[in-house]
Design a protein around this ligand. Structure first.
Ligand SMILES: [Mn+2]
Length: 302
């Protein structure tokens, strides 16, 4: 791999690392804009431009150790199920070490394999998956595949995981009805987090309830961030852009509630998916690199 080291810091071994990054350049089932397979390398290059002092937390990013595992490259004719099984095994290897494992996609179809690896089991009962996303990703089958990015959360719920979905603003009727009748799914739509001015008559601002939920989660928690949860100006090249997303500072406020203020949850791992780099602006890949740095800072704060 000829990429620069993450954050341009001296790379740590897996054994000594505080954070273990797993690059996953995978886009078998992307349905609209392409290019997420190019994201990991672009994110690593963009990370060299991230300031090493996090002004928000005061954390120096060089005070903890970052390891980059070898990227898991999909074979040209490899079936999705076979690739995802390899991803699960590679992630499970990384989880044998002490540090926090972060998967970096690649498309959202990766997440079920990453959660199973983090849990060390295909049974996810008792696991809460916090999902930042524009889309519900609760379809049973999409474009003929149960491994589609549009089905990722459905697979997790079927394995008995609880899902807290944040920033949703696009769902099929099938997905909304599944979420409504399923006690395992709790949705905080983007519009109901956008402030009082954006509410229709009878609607309620859910931001206080979201912050309470994130601060109060207990037990095993996995965090998956689809970058399209953020407003499109932060990720204009992402494969399935949706207007009306979460702002940068509100997103960090929610992540801070989960990762810094909440002391009763056990973080199993996390992933950041669906970045599509655009070399003409660097906005997409820099947003992703900075978000990974922030997640590291939050997880090692205090
Ligand atoms: Mn998604």
């Amino acid at each position: 791999m000829t990429w620069p080291a993450f954050l341009d810091l001296p790379p740590a071994t897996a054994h000594e690392a505080d954070v273990l990054l797993l690059p996953l350049p995978y886009e078998a089932t992307v349905s609209y804009g392409r290019g997420t397979a190019l994201a990991p390398e672009a994110i690593w290059r963009a990370s060299c431009e991230v300031e090493l002092w996090d002004e928000q937390t005061g954390v120096d990013l060089e005070t903890f150790r970052w390891h980059t595992a070898p990227a898991i490259l999909p074979g040209r004719t490899e079936l999705a199920a076979d690739y995802l099984a390899r991803v699960q095994r590679a992630a499970a290897e990384l989880h044998r070490h002490e540090g926090l494992v972060m998967g970096v996609g690649g498309e959202h179809g990766l997440t079920p394999a990453l959660v199973r690896a983090a849990r060390g089991s295909n049974d996810l009962s008792g696991v809460t998956v916090v999902q930042f996303d524009a889309h519900a990703d609760l379809r049973d089958i999409y474009a003929g595949s149960p491994h589609s990015h549009a089905c990722a959360m459905r697979r997790l719920v079927e394995a008995s995981a609880q899902v807290i979905a944040v920033g949703i603003r696009s769902a099929a009727r099938e997905e909304a009805e599944f979420a409504n009748r399923n006690d395992l799914v709790t949705t905080f739509p983007a519009r109901l987090l956008a402030g009082e001015n954006h509410l229709l008559p009878g609607e309620e601002n859910l931001e206080p309830a979201l912050l309470d939920t994130l601060r109060g989660l207990e037990g095993d928690v996995y965090l998956t961030i689809d970058i399209d949860a953020l407003d499109v100006h932060l990720c204009p090249a992402t494969g399935t852009p949706q207007p009306g997303g979460l702002g940068w500072w509100p997103s960090l406020r929610y992540l801070h509630a989960l990762l810094v203020e909440n002391r009763s949850r056990r973080l199993l791992g996390l992933d950041l998916v669906e970045t599509v780099p655009d070399p003409s602006t660097h906005v997409n890949e820099f947003t992703a690199a900075l978000l990974l740095a922030k997640l590291g800072a939050f997880c090692h704060h205090g």
